[in-house]
Design a protein around this ligand. Structure first.
Ligand code: GCU
Length: 432
């Protein structure tokens, strides 16, 4: 007798679980998490404990940054290029039906107009801010061009290479009119602006295309980056380049008198959450760092081996991290650092880590534990951190002292619920 539609559907539903159990490279079983020990963020390599903030700043933080650069993300080869320049290409002070000001800028990384460049979009509350209170700002990378963050028909459509996607109306690797606003729910522009913040975005593909070829194009060419497998072991990859672009966007925001560059939150979802954390760890100008479902190589602990593993991510995306990171494929225990120390690198600046219940690939518990195990470094600065020992229940956000965490119902995404928590934490830590 043929299977009913419903029975067939539930069998299909089970397939990922069967696949998970038998395929190396990820783990969905809490019982299979091996015993692991985390490196102490407060122990210098030479074995001396760090007991004060000054030693953290001058000795331990540089040590950890060096390890993350050399072993995981690759070294950032330079800062702001000397010839970098930009221009405002459009301003509408009555955008979104008068609810916002929209500004578009182009940033050229060299003197050449046909060289590597990125487009920056800013929405801010209407009216001019009082001279003494420029807008605090949320800055993040987007997946489908600045046109994806809102259906506003006046946003310039990206002409850059983009991953073809029927769902997001990207045809032959180019954005189409249909790409407008496809991630509007993830950006929540109106809600952010209504709360008295600006929101700024850049397209990650302007910096480094999300494919192996990206490492020999655009920003990578400024630094002579090698190709995916031909890089020196500690050369950067796409995540390093995306993080670099966030810092360049901050350079530009810093020159805008309507933006308060001392109150910029850098945020990102998933692979772009990894980039946001790495940007925030390196660049101390970011006042708040937000990781939305960043998972492996982001907020999730590697040594737990839950969800996506080091080997899996290095195999699926061999151009995201340094080639040295591959040394730890299936050898997580030998990693000299883990991701709680990435969060600690941001201390005492605030970090908000968020997970989704239906996102085991990103290891929600491992994301929580990273924030939790960063606490000793916040304590050095007199901050409590999360202040809870156990992972909070779903939809019970903890907005602590320097650290925040929430896990919500639903899948891998950024939702209005996530934004409500980020804005609440932003009010607490940015709106002083
Ligand atoms: C893949 C990848 C993750 C990543 C995610 C995303 O699932 O394995 O590491 O976070 O893509 O960026 O959406």
């Amino acid at each position: 007798m043929p299977l009913s539609y419903r029975a067939a559907a539930s069998l299909l539903f089970l397939l990922p679980a069967l696949f998970a159990a038998n395929t190396p490279g990820f783990n969905y079983e809490e019982a299979s998490v091996p015993p692991y020990s985390l490196p102490d963020p407060l122990m210098l390599i030479r074995g001396t404990p760090v007991t004060d903030a000054a030693t953290w700043r001058t000795q331990r933080r540089p040590e950890l940054l060096e390890i993350f650069s050399r072993e995981i993300y690759g070294r950032t080869p330079g800062g702001r290029p000397s010839q970098m320049h930009w221009a405002i290409t459009s301003v509408d002070r009555a955008a979104l039906g008068g609810k916002a000001v929209r500004k578009e800028l182009t940033v050229w990384f060299t003197e050449k107009k046909d060289g590597p460049k990125m487009h920056l979009i800013i929405y801010q509350p209407p009216g001019a801010p009082a001279a003494h209170t420029p807008w605090p700002t949320f800055l993040g990378l987007n997946y489908f061009g600045n046109n994806c963050i809102n259906a506003d028909p006046h946003i310039s459509l990206s002409t850059a290479w983009m991953r073809t996607s029927a769902e997001f109306k990207v045809i032959n690797n180019r954005a189409t009119e249909g790409t407008r606003g496809v991630h509007a729910s993830r950006w929540n522009v109106e809600a952010i602006v209504a709360r008295g913040y600006a929101t700024a975005s850049i397209y990650y593909g302007d910096l480094c295309e999300d494919r192996p070829e990206g490492l020999t194009r655009d920003v990578a060419t400024l630094f002579g980056t090698g190709s995916v497998d031909q890089r020196r072991p500690d050369e950067w990859g796409a995540i390093g380049i995306w993080a670099w672009g966030l810092s360049r966007a901050l350079d530009v925001l810093n020159a805008d008198p309507e933006i308060d560059a001392r109150r910029v939150a850098v945020h990102g979802h998933s692979r772009l959450g990894k980039a946001a954390l790495w940007a925030g760890a390196q660049d101390e100008r970011f006042a708040l760092v937000i990781s939305n479902d960043s998972g492996a190589g982001g907020a999730a602990l590697s040594k737990r081996i839950f969800g996506e593993t080091v080997e899996r991510i290095n195999t699926s995306f061999p151009f995201w991290f340094s080639t040295r990171f591959r040394t730890y494929n299936a050898r997580e225990a030998s990693l000299p650092v883990d991701q709680h120390q990435l969060i600690a690198l941001i201390a005492p600046r605030p970090v908000h880590v968020a997970s989704a219940e239906g996102d085991p690939w990103a290891d929600p518990r491992g994301e929580f534990l990273s924030a939790h195990h960063a606490e000793p470094v916040y304590a050095l600065f007199g901050k409590k951190g999360l202040g809870v020992k156990n992972q909070p229940a779903v939809n019970q956000p903890v907005l602590g002292d320097g650290l925040a965490y929430h896990i919500r119902t639903g899948v891998h995404d950024i939702t209005a619920y996530d934004w409500t928590q980020y804005l609440n934490f932003g009010d607490k830590v940015l709106n002083r």
